[in-house]
Ligand binder design. Structure first.
Ligand code: AMP
Length: 582
């Protein structure tokens, strides 16, 4: 297959103003892709070479990409740099430069997908002393044979900023359309949620149809997308929603960990599917000591504790373990304890369709609790007063609240989705003025007066998984200290975008735009209807959206959450409705 065909599809995606059209553009293209190449094409649609759980190392520094563009186009460095300043997007620079390039070589070979992937893999794996020149050489060789359009997307791919806005849910829609499986969309999504590998799902669908997709199971060594919780404002409502009886657990505040245990070792994944194994060697050891079976996937929360007393400490302490070097000292100085709360696979059996009580029973049966590892504290309750007592005990123990879990027959493990089978209830919900939201930064406004030179405020958004789109909800300007304000431009720079991201629905004009990536915890006083924000607007009359009033940054960067795990438009809508009787 020729890379040109992929580039043309990207171009169509980028050119459409209707997000509803994206799945059909992609579907039309996927139908043409040879089944054996579909897996790779799907990763590339997201600007990647690998499934989500493999750490992507493709990124090249801007200055290396510029070097390759200059080398291929033979244009003067100042001209290319000036173009870059003007366009703000290396893809556009490459496109213009390749179109203007001084023709020196007539022997140009059309780019095949295979060659592009081969060189990109070379860029990904280049290490050591000559790695920079190797990367430039590999990119130059591709650009040499690229059309202007291909050059645009090759350079975007190596910057890690594709800007075509095709997120996982859009790709799943496209796959269902392409392979005549529209009515099986839910099963396709389940396969993705239990494998976190959209390429595998695509390939199975293309080669073996829905039967092969349904056979995709949870596998030790391949993380699944975490099950998420909804929230409700009172314990009465929680109990009501769960049918009058539920299991309550302490809600520990640390880092969520998915442990994959097999005879060959233990791997730990974060909620964003990053490999955390090297950060928690002590947890790995505890699991090896305590686990009594052959192989399993267990979930829990890793919480910082005081060494002598075992007292739970604030989650910030665990950040000391997210470092690359000096792990031995960090393990000694910042001890943690793992509180296990679920078991999704045990000794060959996929448990995701078992009920929560059964999974808990199996978890209990395969673990010997020890000093560094315990099961989450759990109790089954049938009344709001029992729930209240348990909630107070959780706060006394240093937890941030409780998790209520369904014990009904349908209490399966819903990988990757937020639902009312798990409901969180946190202490913030108690005070009238505060509820926290995990919002995505999508824009920034230049600072004035005291904030001249740094951002004055950020434009924040919620995520709408149904439309696969981000919707603005507030302008956030308070709660920042000077140090954080100074750090922000550097944190956001890798995600900057010269125009509003395609996946954003906005009526605001910001001074800077960002691809959705950074999630911040924000406290808000009230949710109100707004003519300028777009959150949940498709469910509200007169084109209104929802806005968060008096937003304030809590100081917590949610780097454990990806943008798609941010507060959703529906959650916000439910909270809006629960605060206003209309
Ligand atoms: P939140 O991050 O506020 O959306 O709350 C959900 C998170 O709470 C999960 O992703 C876990 O990391 C964490 N958590 C702490 N204790 C539990 C528990 N007992 N059961 C499930 N999740 C828990």
């Amino acid at each position: 297959m020729l890379y040109e065909e992929l580039a043309r599809c990207y171009d169509r995606l980028e050119g459409t103003s209707s997000r509803l059209e994206m799945p059909s553009i992609l579907a039309e293209f996927y139908q043409m892709v040879p089944p054996e190449e579909l897996r790779q094409v799907v990763y590339l649609t997201q600007g990647k070479l690998n499934p989500d759980h493999v750490t992507e190392k493709l990124g090249m520094a801007d200055k290396l990409i510029l070097r390759a563009i200059i080398e291929v186009s033979r244009l003067p460095e100042e001209q290319v740099t000036e173009l870059w300043m003007k366009e703000g997007d290396l893809g556009a620079v490459a496109e213009r430069a390749v179109a203007q390039k001084v023709q020196t070589n007539l022997f140009s070979q059309p780019l095949t997908l295979e060659r592009v992937v081969g060189n990109l893999r070379g860029i990904e794996s280049a290490e050591g002393r000559n790695s920079q020149s190797t990367k430039v050489k590999l990119l130059t060789s591709l650009l040499h044979d690229a059309s202007p359009l291909e050059a645009r997307y090759l350079c975007r791919t190596v910057t890690g900023r594709m800007r075509v806005g095709a997120a996982s849910m859009t790709i799943l829609d496209a796959l269902a359309l392409a392979f005549g499986a529209k009515e099986d969309r839910a099963d396709i999504e389940r396969a993705f949620n239990v494998s976190s590998d959209i390429g595998t799902v695509a390939q199975q669908l293309a080669e073996g149809g829905m039967e092969a997709v349904r056979a995709i199971e949870v596998q030790v060594g391949r993380p699944l997308r975490s099950m998420l919780a909804e929230r409700l404002p009172s314990l009465e409502e929680v109990l009501d929603k769960l049918g009058g009886v539920c299991a309550l657990e302490y809600k520990y505040d640390g880092v969520r960990v998915q442990a994959h245990i097999s005879p060959s070792g233990v791997t730990l994944y974060s909620r964003r599917l990053e490999d955390l194994t090297s950060n928690f060697p002590d947890v790995v050891e505890s699991l090896q000591r305590s686990f009594k079976g052959q192989e399993a996937i267990l979930e829990g929360e890793c919480v910082p504790v005081e060494r002598e007393s075992g007292r739970l400490l604030p989650f910030q302490e665990v950040a000391h373990r997210r470092r690359k070097f000096g792990m031995e000292e960090a393990v000694r100085d910042y001890p943690v304890r793992l509180f296990l709360f679920d078991c999704v696979k045990l000794d060959g059996e996929d448990l995701t369709l078992n009920t929560f009580p059964r999974r808990r029973e199996l978890l209990q049966s395969c673990i010997d609790e020890g000093e560094g590892l315990q099961l989450s504290r759990m109790e089954v309750v049938e009344s709001a007063s029992e729930a209240e007592e348990f909630f107070n005990a959780a706060l006394d123990a240093g937890c941030e609240g409780i998790m209520a879990k369904s014990v009904q027959d349908n209490s399966v493990y819903r990988a990757g989705s937020r639902g009312f089978l798990w409901i969180k209830y946190k202490k913030d919900y108690r005070s009238d003025l505060s509820d926290t939201f995990d919002l995505v930064v999508v824009g920034a406004f230049a600072g004035k007066g005291k904030r001249k030179g740094v951002y004055g405020a950020l434009l924040m958004a919620v995520y709408d998984p149904e439309g696969d789109v981000y919707q603005t909800v507030c302008k956030l300007g308070s709660g920042f200290d000077d140090a954080f304000l100074a750090e922000l431009p550097g944190m956001l720079e890798p995600h900057s975008s010269p125009s509003p991201p395609l996946s954003l629905s906005t009526r605001m004009e910001a001074d800077h735009w960002f691809e959705p990536a950074l999630v911040l915890e924000v406290m808000g006083a009230e949710i109100s209807l707004s003519p300028v924000h777009t959150a949940a607007s498709s469910s509200l009359p007169d084109g209104s959206g929802l806005a968060l009033r008096f937003p304030r940054f809590t100081g917590r960067v949610r780097d454990d959450k990806g943008p798609e795990q941010a507060t959703t438009a529906n959650e916000l809508l439910a909270m809006y409705r629960s605060q206003s009787p209309s």
